[in-house]
Design a protein around this ligand. Structure first.
Ligand SMILES: Cc1cc2nc3c(=O)[nH]c(=O)nc-3n(C[C@H](O)[C@H](O)[C@H](O)COP(=O)(O)OP(=O)(O)OC[C@H]3O[C@@H](n4cnc5c(N)ncnc54)[C@H](O)[C@@H]3O)c2cc1C
Length: 134
């Protein structure tokens, strides 16, 4: 049974909302189980923290299915233990013609939008240099 860890972001941007995040194998399982199961799970976790009074305050729950959105298929990249070098391999241009960029290749800024932006900027520079236009 995979770990069912869930952490919550509370009152993001000063809104009356809590966002629960799960990952790994359990994230895939919850995605397959569907929105009702995911909301039930999150409510259960909140009851463990705050007790049954959570139900009085619950208005509506929703679920973003990152795993099965065909244009996302997961979330940000994470390498398996021992495979950190995979990022460097991914950063190598394929046949000197195909260049990859994004958060996975952003070094210490991986997993972030800022990292994705910086990686894109850097790779655009590499492409321009390879074309002799940089
Ligand atoms: C739940 C969650 C919360 C997050 N919170 C934060 C946060 O608070 N702060 C932060 O900095 N970062 C956060 N991130 C991470 C951030 O969203 C990513 O690091 C960033 O979006 C990665 O950018 P990217 O351009 O590398 O990839 P993406 O944003 O994934 O862009 C890849 C694009 O390629 C498209 N695509 C995929 N396959 C194809 C194909 N075959 N043909 C054409 N297009 C294709 C996809 O549709 C997508 O538009 C969060 C991510 C998640 C999932």
């Amino acid at each position: 049974m995979p770990a069912q860890a869930c952490y919550f972001l509370t009152w993001p941007f000063n809104t009356d909302m809590m966002i629960g995040l799960v990952g790994g194998k359990f994230g895939w399982e919850l995605s397959a189980a569907g929105p009702d199961a995911a909301v039930d799970f999150a409510l259960g976790e909140l009851r463990k923290i705050f007790g049954e009074k959570v139900d009085q305050h619950f208005v509506k729950g929703d679920f973003t299915n990152w795993a099965y959105d065909p244009l996302v298929r997961g979330s940000y990249a994470s390498e398996r233990p021992g495979f950190h070098g995979a990022r460097a391999a991914l950063a190598e241009p394929l046949d000197g013609r195909v260049y990859l960029a994004g958060e996975a290749l952003a070094g210490k800024y991986s997993v972030t939008c800022g990292g994705a932006y910086l990686s894109g900027e850097r790779v655009a520079g590499d492409v321009m240099a390879a074309l002799g236009t940089g």
